[in-house]
Write a protein that binds this ligand. Structure first.
Ligand SMILES: NC(=O)c1ccc[n+]([C@@H]2O[C@H](COP(=O)([O-])OP(=O)(O)OC[C@H]3O[C@@H](n4cnc5c(N)ncnc54)[C@H](O)[C@@H]3O)[C@@H](O)[C@H]2O)c1
Length: 247
């Protein structure tokens, strides 16, 4: 039984989809949460995490592609909670288009939200974690950063970049007891995949060895393991949560 009592996690992109489920699963193991998102809505997803699991869960509105905003919010979170043990860089977007039609801002915005944010958020917490000689950083990559799809030059480049920064940061932080790993989800049922046409969903699902789409819970369970004391000897790795798709 993974026990995260006494730990504090920052989760980005935390108010829906995979990020919300990560928050709920970490909270179910006793972890307090700083839930960060560009939009907090009515705040109910955050208050429900606190109520359902009896942990401290606070929401922070922040665009992870804005460096000054991230630095200010991370300072605030450290002041509010006193410490941060886990950072989950989960926020991500898609702006799919065939390369010939892809606009500069469609490329740049995906790189800024999916990849540069990992650099900015990790830098904002690195001094704190290295000073504590403990920490877990978990970055959300994707199978599409490994085996790529047409129409995703921006997304594939961002997620391949997430794998690269994960491995470099793992080497840089290892001597200070901070581990850095990535998760590469396959095809997971969320708002991001609901946008896809039904024929595409049927085609992708047919190719999955375990024969179904994954759930946000499947990804969240992997995050909880990598955040735990049991994963202390694992760093610089990319864990596929994809039903065998990338085998
Ligand atoms: N759904 C899948 O099949 C799948 C597969 C592989 C990887 N992923 C990755 O998992 C992560 C979560 O995906 P999801 O399916 O839950 O997506 P989602 O669209 O359901 O949720 C993404 C969350 O990120 C937030 N967000 C977007 N831009 C932001 C910004 N600039 N600053 C702060 N927050 C921002 C959104 O408000 C939202 O709450 C992403 O990194 C995605 O690339 C998803």
């Amino acid at each position: 039984m993974i026990d995260l009592k006494g730990k504090v996690a920052i989760v980005t992109g935390a108010t829906r989809g995979i990020g919300l489920e990560i928050s709920r699963v970490l909270a179910s193991r006793g972890c307090d949460l700083a839930m960060l998102d560009i939009q907090l809505g009515d705040g109910s997803s955050i208050s429900e995490v606190a109520k359902d699991f009896g942990v401290v869960a606070k929401g922070y509105a922040c665009d992870v592609s804005n460096t000054e905003a991230v630095e200010a919010v991370f300072k605030q979170i450290i002041a509010d909670f006193g410490k941060v043990s886990v950072l989950v860089n989960n926020a991500g977007i898609t702006r799919d288009a065939l390369l010939m039609r892809m606009k500069d801002d469609e490329f740049d915005s995906v790189i800024a939200v999916n990849l540069r944010s990992v650099f900015v958020c990790t830098r904002a917490i690195s001094r704190h974690m290295m000073g504590n000689r403990a920490g877990r950083i978990i970055n959300m990559a994707s199978i599409n950063g490994i085996r790529c799809q047409a129409g995703q030059a921006n997304y594939a480049a961002s997620k391949a970049g997430v794998i690269g920064i994960t491995k470099s940061n793992a080497m840089e932080f290892a001597s200070r007891g901070v581990t850095v790993n990535a998760i590469a989800p396959g095809f997971i049922r969320t708002a991001m995949t609901e946008k896809l046409p039904a024929e595409a969903v049927a085609k992708y699902t047919a190719a999955i060895p375990l024969q179904s789409m994954g759930s946000p819970r499947d990804v969240a369970n992997a995050v909880a393991f990598l955040a735990s004391d049991e994963a202390a000897y694992i760093t610089g790795q990319v864990l596929g949560v994809d039903g065998g798709l990338n085998s």
